[in-house]
Design a protein around this ligand. Structure first.
Ligand SMILES: C[S@@+](CC[C@H](N)C(=O)[O-])C[C@H]1O[C@@H](n2cnc3c(N)ncnc32)[C@H](O)[C@@H]1O
Length: 351
C-alpha cells in the first residue's frame, strides 16, 4: 500500500496521525524512546551469560552466583607490620591462610570427584604471601584494618583472587619488577610483600588513581623499605612504556583495564556497560593488547592467548582477565597467563 500512496499523502497522513495523539501521550512516547532499554547491570549479566557460559562451561553457574553475591574479601597480611601477631589474630577469627594451605598442604580438595590437575613442572610461586579468607559458606567479614604498633596498617582487604597473578609471577629474590597498570595498588602491595623486589616501578595512567596508590604505599610500607626497594610511582601511558624504558625488567605485571565484572553487575554508576560507553567497551581488547605490547611483550609462535584477547573484542566486550608476563631464566622464555575466574573457584572462595 505504501508504494501506491505518494510521498505528499504519506507526509499528510503522518502529520494527521501525530495530531490525533493527545499532548501528554506524545510527550510520554518521546521519553520512552530515549529511555535505555534496560539497565547497564542487566546488559552486563546478559553479556556474561553469553560469553562465560561458553568459556567456563559447567563452572559458570557457580561463578555466576558468586559474582552476584556480596563480595567476600581476603586479608593480605602486611609483612611490614607484626605479621605473626596479625596472622594469629586472623586465625582466632577462624580465617585460614589459603596461600599457605595451597602451597604447603597440597591442592584444595577437587570438587565433584574430579582429579585436580598437577601444577606444571615450571610452576614457581612468589614467596612470603599470606592471605586469610573465611571458609566456603562462611560469610563473616573482617574488621577494618588497623594501624599496628610498627606504624603501618595490619592487613589489606582485597579480592583474594587478585593475589593469583602475583603468585603466578613467580618472583625471585633480587628481581626488578614493573607493575604497568598498578592503581589502586593491591597487587603492587602484594609484590612488595614477597620481599623479592630490588626495584619496583608502579605505573598507572590515571593520576588520581596513582594518588590512591601512593596513599596505600604510605599506609602499608615503611619509608625506608620504599627507599630500599626503590619504589617509583609514575603516571605514564603504559602503551608507550617500551619506548620510554625498553625491556629492562625481570618480571612485568600487566593488570589490564577490564569489564570489572562485579562492579558491572551491581552498580549503574561508572558502569562500562552503559550505552554511552559501548565504544570504550568494544575497544578494551585493543587497549589490552596495546598495553601488553607496550610492556615489551613479544608474541612467541604457539602462544595463542594474545590473539584470543584480540579476537574476543567487539561482540561480547572484553574478557575480564589479568595477564602476567614473566621472563624466565637466561633463555628469556615468557609466559602469558590468562588467569580465569575458574581459578578463584579452585581456591574455594567467592571471587
Ligand atoms: C584493573 S585496574 C588495575 C588494578 C591494580 N593492578 C590493583 O591491583 O589494584 C586497571 C588500571 O589500568 C589503568 N590504565 C588504563 N589505561 C592505561 C594505560 N594506557 N596505561 C597505564 N595504565 C592504564 C587504569 O587507570 C586502572 O587503574
Amino acid at each position: 500500500m505504501a508504494a501506491l500512496v505518494g510521498k505528499g499523502v504519506r507526509d499528510m497522513l503522518k502529520r494527521a496521525d501525530f495530531m490525533t495523539v493527545p499532548r501528554r501521550q506524545r510527550h510520554k512516547k518521546k521519553w520512552a524512546a530515549t529511555e535505555p532499554k534496560f539497565p547497564a547491570s542487566r546488559l552486563a549479566l546478559q553479556n556474561f551469560d553469553m560469553t562465560y557460559s561458553v568459556q567456563f562451561g559447567d563452572l559458570w553457574p557457580s561463578i555466576r552466583v558468586s559474582l552476584l553475591s556480596e563480595q567476600k574479601y581476603g586479608a593480605l597480611v602486611n609483612n611490614f607490620a607484626a605479621w605473626d601477631r596479625v596472622s594469629a589474630e586472623l586465625e582466632q577469627l577462624s580465617a585460614r591462610d589459603f596461600v599457605n594451605e595451597a602451597i604447603f598442604h597440597g591442592e584444595p580438595e577437587p570438587e565433584n570427584g574430579q582429579t585436580a590437575a598437577p601444577p606444571p613442572a615450571s610452576w614457581a610461586c612468589s614467596p612470603n604471601l599470606r592471605c586469610f579468607t573465611f571458609a566456603r559458606g562462611d560469610v563473616s567479614r573482617f574488621p577494618p584494618a588497623r594501624l599496628g604498633s610498627l606504624g603501618v596498617m595490619d592487613y589489606y582487604l582485597m579480592d583474594a583472587a587478585s593475589l593469583l597473578p602475583v603468585l603466578a609471577l613467580g618472583l625471585q629474590p633480587g628481581d626488578t619488577v614493573l607493575d604497568l597498570c598498578a592503581a589502586p595498588g593491591g597487587k603492587t602491595l602484594a609484590l612488595l610483600q614477597t620481599g623479592c623486589c630490588r626495584n619496583l616501578a608502579a605505573n598507572d595512567l590515571s593520576t588520581s588513581r596513582a594518588g590512591r596508590l601512593q596513599k596505600v604505599l604510605h599506609s602499608y610500607v615503611p619509608q625506608d623499605v620504599r627507599d630500599r626497594n626503590r619504589v617509583r610511582v609514575t603516571s605514564w601511558d603504559g602503551r608507550k612504556w617500551g619506548e620510554l624504558e625498553g625491556d629492562i625488567y625481570d618480571r612485568v605485571l600487566v593488570d589490564v583495564p577490564c569489564t570489572t565484572d562485579r562492579h558491572s553487575l551491581h552498580e549503574e554508576e561508572n558502569n562500562i556497560f552503559q550505552r554511552s560507553r559501548k565504544k570504550e567497551r568494544q575497544m578494551l581488547p585493543v587497549l589490552q593488547v596495546q598495553l601488553l605490547a607496550g610492556s615489551g611483550w613479544t608474541a612467541l609462535p604457539g602462544v595463542g592467548a594474545l590473539g584470543c584477547a584480540g579476537q574476543r573484542s567487539g561482540r561480547m566486550g572484553a574478557p575480564n582477565r589479568c595477564y602476567a608476563r614473566a621472563s624466565e631464566g637466561a633463555q628469556g622464555n615468557r609466559v602469558l597467563l590468562p588467569l580465569r575466574l575458574a581459578q578463584c573457584v579452585r581456591t574455594g572462595e567467592q571471587s
